[in-house]
Design a protein around this ligand. Structure first.
Ligand code: S3P
Length: 424
């Protein structure tokens, strides 16, 4: 589907309630499936990716049904052998977290994915799971993953990557392994798994960059899912770069392992105010007010990278409107996402007039540059590319035509409707 985006002349105005967090939705349905009894999930994401996790859990014998805005999960606490392939669709989170759950079951299963997911690296989970005693065959460390369930034993794993998916995979395997499993990462990645496992009664502890877990039974719970800061990111950047904008984003998750975008935008001079903060199901949640701002360049590197990894494509758009040279480093894993996001962002933003260069592990962006548009851009089957280009389109002089815009539905089907609601 092609989407034409026009320049906004009068600013973005009003408020938007940000839909449910994708990462937390995946975890809620998986962990509720492991807990014996009835769990109630409030505000489960409508994105295709979390629905891939839901469908995989259903294929493993878990009962799940929607009642209005509630997802009711009834589980025996034990998964059963699937009668078909477990289709993870486009979702790396589904494949990597489920591999940790399935490695310790007493049955065989196969995780498959779409074309993009089948190209993504799975060695990062296969290697540590194998050290725990798992038996996994793959297509040269890529999907499909054929998992012969085995009894697992604990390991102390020191990861070179700061990755929440790898961390979560190992912790979920550790939940069902003999002994005490630990996972250490160079920088702290998103910690929704740790928060939710603790909330559901697991024996899990965090000490700086190391998480330890022991074999535990999870208890069913009511889990309320907050808005996704990675979805809010498109509104944050749009509010900062579209002249005359002032918007309020409601119910946004403000977990510090996810708020790198707010820190980076503030460092660039962005006018951002947090209006209200509370804790919901163990996660910090608040409203964010964004106003159009004069921006200056900055360097983004090191420990902040995992805390804004999914926002880097739209941060690149932000940097085109900041005075000076913005340098983004240490983000080489961006090349392993739904697309090679370094190459894709540079190729497409250049087409619309941005001054941006590719480096092996990030970007160099010179601003402030007027974006011209008036061309067709591609989304590389990548939802975050589609939404980032849409935000760029809001300040292009000429209409921007975005091909493959339907990929937005992977994480944020409400995207276009919500943007229209704050456009005068
Ligand atoms: C996610 C972790 C991140 C992120 C992805 C979701 C998660 O991936 O990019 O969109 O829910 O754990 P990595 O762990 O590969 O960095």
């Amino acid at each position: 589907m092609q989407k034409i985006v026009n320049k906004i002349n009068n600013g973005l105005k009003g408020s938007v309630t940000i839909p449910a967090d994708k990462s937390i939705s995946h975890r809620a349905v998986m962990f509720a499936s492991l807990a014996k009894g009835k769990s109630v999930i409030k505000n489960f994401s409508k994105g295709q990716d979390p629905h891939s996790s839901l469908n995989v859990c259903k294929s493993l014998g878990v009962e799940a049904a929607f009642e209005d805005n509630l997802l009711i999960i009834n589980s025996t606490g034990t998964l059963s052998a699937p009668s078909k392939l477990l289709d993870c669709g486009n979702s790396g989170t589904t494949m990597r977290l489920m591999s940790g759950i399935l490695a310790g079951q007493n049955f065989e299963s196969t995780l498959t994915g779409d074309e993009s997911l089948s190209k993504r690296p799975m060695k990062r989970v296969i290697e540590p799971l194998t050290l725990m005693g798992a038996e996994i065959s793959s297509n040269d460390y890529k999907a499909p993953l054929n998992i012969h369930g085995k009894s697992l034993h604990a390991i102390d794993y020191v990861s070179k990557l700061a990755s929440a998916q790898v961390k979560s995979c190992i912790l979920l395997a550790g939940l069902n392994a003999d002994g005490k499993t630990s996972f250490t990462e160079p920088y702290i990645s998103r910690n929704h798994t740790e928060i939710m496992l603790k909330y559901m009664g697991a024996n899990i502890n965090v000490n700086n960059n190391t998480v330890t877990i022991e074999k535990s039974m999870l208890e069913p719970r009511t889990i309320e899912i907050c808005g996704d800061i990675s979805s809010a990111a498109y509104f944050i950047v749009a509010g900062l770069i579209v002249p005359n904008s002032k918007i309020i984003l409601k119910n946004v998750g403000l977990n510090p392992t996810r708020t790198g975008i707010l820190e980076a935008a503030e460092k660039m001079g962005g006018n951002i105010e947090i209006l209200d903060k509370k804790t919901v199901s163990g996660e910090i949640v608040g409203d964010i007010q964004i106003s159009y701002s004069d921006l200056k360049a900055c360097t983004i590197e090191g420990e902040i990278i995992p805390r804004l990894i999914d926002e880097l494509p739209v941060i690149a758009v932000l940097a085109t409107q900041a005075e000076g040279t913005t340098i983004i480093k240490n983000a080489q894993d961006l090349r392993n996402k739904e697309s090679d996001r370094i190459k894709a962002v540079v190729t497409e933003l250049k087409k619309i007039g941005a001054d941006i260069e590719e480096t092996p592990d990030g970007f160099i962006i010179n601003g402030k540059k007027s974006l011209i548009g008036g061309v067709e851009v591609e989304t590389y089957h990548d939802h975050r590319l589609a939404m980032s280009l849409y935000v760029a389109g809001l300040i292009c002089e000429k209409p921007l035509s975005i091909n493959g815009f339907e990929w937005v539905d992977i994480s944020f089907p409400e995207f276009d409707k919500l943007f229209n609601s704050i456009t005068m």
